[in-house]
Design a protein. Structure first.
Length: 147
């Protein structure tokens, strides 16, 4: 058995994949998607939703009426419905978003206090560390370069 060693920092770079910036592609750009979403919300449900201080995501009842901002307990059912409709084979929950925020922010070198504040953890929280997943044992290896 021969171990495979990567010659690039990220797996996708090692495999020769080109990483695409979502802002370059109008089909997947989150800024354009949010702008289109807000424009449609204003057009269909009134000028009240044009105010930037209104909730980013709204609740909608079964008759299609906007009920106000989403509450924390509505995130998990929404994520499950959206991922099922999109054919995502993974069981996503509201915690998936929290884990994603903590993991990606840590990997990008963000300050732990900033991550805690945005993710709703107490500053210097030990439980927050449990949300910070590593891709594999090679990234940010504690023993790298010690020899």
């Amino acid at each position: 058995m021969r171990p495979g060693l990567r010659r690039a920092h990220r797996q996708d770079q090692a495999l020769g994949a080109q990483r695409q910036d979502p802002l370059d592609d109008p089909e997947i750009c989150p800024v354009r998607a949010h702008t289109a979403y807000r424009s449609r919300l204003v057009a269909e449900h009134g000028e009240r939703w044009a105010d930037p201080s209104t909730p980013a995501f709204v609740g909608i009842d079964r008759w299609g009426r906007v009920t106000g901002g989403m509450v924390p307990d509505s995130v998990t059912p929404a994520i499950k419905r959206i991922s099922t409709r999109a054919g995502v084979p993974v069981a996503w929950t509201g915690h998936s978003l929290r884990i994603g925020l903590a993991s990606v922010a840590r990997r990008a070198g963000r300050d732990a206090i900033a991550i805690a504040d945005q993710g709703g953890w107490a500053r210097h929280s030990r439980s927050m560390l449990g949300y910070m997943q590593r891709d594999d044992g090679w990234d940010h290896n504690a023993s790298a370069g010690l020899a």
